[in-house]
Design a protein around this ligand. Structure first.
Ligand code: MN
Length: 266
């Protein structure tokens, strides 16, 4: 499997929480090299750390490795998300070689333009009530806890890491509807920004969606799915899952596929 890329995009790492799949991420960052590394938000979970910080040796190693990469020639761009929104006030600055930006424009090798941002700017568009978010977050916490147990068991049985939450989420119609609305919001934003595509994270669901000539890309997360969006030196975008057995999960779609109008939020 290819290990060297023109650009790598990761987000929703949630360092500082026990949910972060830190060992997998450290392994990924050690094995993969790129010209530009985009950190697309919710990298350090400052929100969670306000009440309880879970910052292990591996979490420290991840930060040191990213800083080391920035020192040794990798362009590192940090776009804060809603869980590390504090860093947004540093936008425009370069700290230890890491460029902090509110959002940015990425140009692929084949000269396509992509707006890159975390994605929480669509929260009001997808209209999820604060109560639903709270209930969702609690349910999510229990799911992650269960996920940890399942994977300890799988590890003992020498089976690779598997996302229980990912499996359940895929099978929940409501979640699918939410994902669909989020994708539509990003695709619409491409038209007003006059770009060829949108790259974001935030909803912990790696995917591509091409519609009317614009491309939506979500790089996923490192609390459940361990996914990254990469750009090859030819300018092709691909989604990768990283575990003991790394694999490709998707290449950018050529044609518009499976387009269905998303019902309005109720
Ligand atoms: Mn987020």
């Amino acid at each position: 499997m290819q290990r060297s890329f023109r650009a790598v995009f990761i987000s929703d790492v949630h360092l500082g929480t026990p949910a972060c799949q830190a060992q997998h991420l450290l392994d990924f960052l050690e094995c993969v090299s790129c010209r530009t590394l985009y950190l697309v938000g919710d990298i350090i979970d400052l929100e969670h750390m306000k009440s309880r910080a879970h910052f292990t040796d591996t979490h420290h190693k991840i930060i040191s490795l990213i800083m080391e990469k920035a020192r040794s020639g990798t362009e590192v761009i940090y776009i804060p998300g809603n869980h590390d929104a504090f860093f947004r006030q540093l936008a425009g600055q370069t700290i230890s070689g890491i460029k902090i930006r509110k959002n940015t424009l990425h140009r692929t090798a084949d000269n396509r333009s992509f707006h890159v941002s975390h994605g929480d700017e669509f929260d009001h568009v997808v209209q999820i009530s604060p109560l639903a978010l709270l209930v969702g977050e609690k349910a999510h916490d229990s799911m992650l806890w269960l996920n940890g147990g399942v994977n300890k068991l799988r590890k003992a049985m020498h089976l690779p890491y598997w996302s229980l939450a990912g499996y359940i989420k895929e099978n929940l119609g409501k979640a699918q509807q939410f994902i669909g609305r989020f994708e539509q919001a990003a695709l619409q934003a491409c038209r007003s920004l006059q770009v060829d595509g949108y790259i974001c994270g935030h909803i912990h669901y790696a995917s591509f969606n091409r519609q009317s000539g614009v491309l939506y890309c979500n790089d996923g997360d490192w609390v459940e799915h361990c996914t990254a969006l990469v750009e090859t030196f030819q300018g092709e975008l691909k989604l990768m899952h990283w575990s003991e057995q790394p694999r490709w999960i998707a290449s950018e779609p050529e044609e518009e596929i499976n387009w269905q109008p998303i019902p309005a939020a109720s």
